[in-house]
Ligand binder design. Structure first.
Ligand code: FAD
Ligand code: DHB
Length: 389
């Protein structure tokens, strides 16, 4: 087989890249190690920046997002018994859209099927070869049979545990990492949200987040210990703990019920540089992970794809590889700013087990400054709605 670009991974970054390239007449094959249903069963991010929405529009997959997505003008932050609103619209003129990653993935898969572009699900043992030549080769197994694709470029859109980053020699790659001493326990429930906007909670028992997927489906998170398992958290215990971390005046609106999904995610910041090796380009979680606190993971995957798709389109249209050469530096400049913001949100809103009295005073001062300063609120707002690209 032969194609122009092999994309490894059919998460949001791989699917979005495939669509944007298809719009420019560039052929791709997506190789995904899991089944389609498995990919669609993962519950992850929920907040889209305007830039991400714009890219999904360009990809021809935004009809349902526009009819079902919820546009939010701000968020609330709860601390020491009171709630403070950060008004994105007033501070930046911009908004965010609440629409689940699962739905984004489904819409992009449908758009890809509609144009007849190929995805190989359950493609096993993907191996990337000859990446430093001008004719990379990708091998994999499908239904026990060995397959091979010759291509011009490979896009590693295969997430943190994928093969893309691991195909870059160790002496070329430099990784930067911070692992946080807690995780997020997430619950999805078919009940209306507690409030019309997201509430981020810094409570002495730990962080909590009240989010949603629609006006009838809510998503809640609790900071938990790293040694805890979902089996330790029957629904009743989850609702009890969430209730303890919320202000009494919102608790009355909390609608509980049987969870339809429950999972624990560890929190880490991770960046691998450079995002290129020969003709292999990394995008999304394959190159970087952020803690979820700033809702940046999916949005960063989208901005990487914006840069990479423009560079590949330029390469095929004009023969110039300048955009591809500039890709790692351009993408990483934005990545590091989102890493900083997600680290800051995490630092400011969680309770760290090892924090000293001084650390706690610093956190309280940071939040009190935020609540009293329009400049500080603007800094949060412009990062949350998404830096330009
Ligand atoms: P992924 O979505 O990980 O997609 C990569 C794809 O590649 C997968 O389908 C995988 O099966 C496939 N793949 C992997 N290895 C191979 C291989 N060797 N061969 C072929 N295919 C392969 N972000 C937020 O903003 N808010 C959240 O609440 C949030 N929650 C999260 C919870 C979890 C458990 C995780 C893991 C992430 C969460 N994120 C969240 C981050 C966000 O979901 C990611 O940033 C986003 O999914 C990145 O998209 P991606 O396409 O780059 O990677
Ligand atoms: C969601 C996740 C986040 O990390 C966040 O900051 C906001 C919302 C969510 O899953 O709904």
């Amino acid at each position: 087989m032969r194609t122009q670009v092999v994309i490894v991974g059919s998460g949001p970054s791989g699917l979005l890249l495939g669509q944007l390239l298809a719009m420019a007449g560039i052929e791709t094959i997506i190789l995904e190690q899991k089944s389609k249903d498995y990919v669609l069963g993962r519950i992850r991010a929920g907040v889209l920046e305007e830039g991400t929405v714009g890219l999904i529009e360009q990809a021809g997959a935004a009809a349902r997002l526009h009819s079902e997505g919820l546009v939010h003008d701000g968020i609330e932050i709860a601390f020491e018994g009171s709630r403070h609103r950060i008004d994105f619209k007033a501070l930046t003129g911009r908004t965010v859209t609440v629409y689940g990653q699962t739905e984004v993935t489904r819409d992009l898969m449908d758009a890809r099927a509609a144009i007849g572009a190929p995805t190989v699900y359950e493609a096993l043992d993907v191996d990337l070869l000859e990446l430093e030549s001008d004719r990379p080769v990708v091998r994999y197994r499908k239904d026990g049979e060995a397959c091979e694709i010759a291509c011009d470029y490979v896009a590693g859109c295969d997430g943190f545990h994928g093969i893309g980053r691991r195909s870059i020699p160790e002496d070329v790659l430099r990784a930067y990492e911070r692992v946080y001493p807690f995780g997020w326990l997430g619950v999805l429930v078919d009940q209306p949200p507690i409030s019309h906007e997201l509430i981020y909670v810094n409570h002495r028992r730990g962080f909590a987040l009240c989010s949603m997927r629609s006006m009838t489906r809510s998503r809640y998170y609790l900071q938990c210990r790293l040694d805890e398992h979902v089996e330790d958290w029957p629904d009743e215990k989850f609702w009890e703990e969430l209730t303890r971390r919320l202000d009494p005046d919102v608790v009355g609106n909390l609608r509980t019920g049987a969870s339809i999904e429950k999972s624990i995610a560890p929190l880490r910041s991770f960046v691998a540089e450079p995002m290129r090796f020969g003709r292999l380009f990394l995008a999304g979680d394959a190159a970087h992970i952020v803690p979820p606190t700033g809702a940046k993971g999916l949005n960063l995957a989208a901005s990487d794809v914006a840069y990479l798709s423009r560079a590949l389109i330029e390469r095929y249209a004009s023969g110039s590889g300048a955009g591809l050469d500039a890709y790692p530096e351009k993408a990483l400049a934005r990545v590091w700013k989102a890493v900083r913001f997600s680290w800051w949100m995490t630092q400011t809103l969680h309770r760290f087990p090892e924090s000293s009295g001084f650390d706690q005073k610093m956190q309280a001062a940071e939040l009190e400054y935020l609540f009293s300063s329009k400049a500080a609120q603007t800094a949060l707002a412009e990062n949350y709605v998404g830096l330009p690209y």
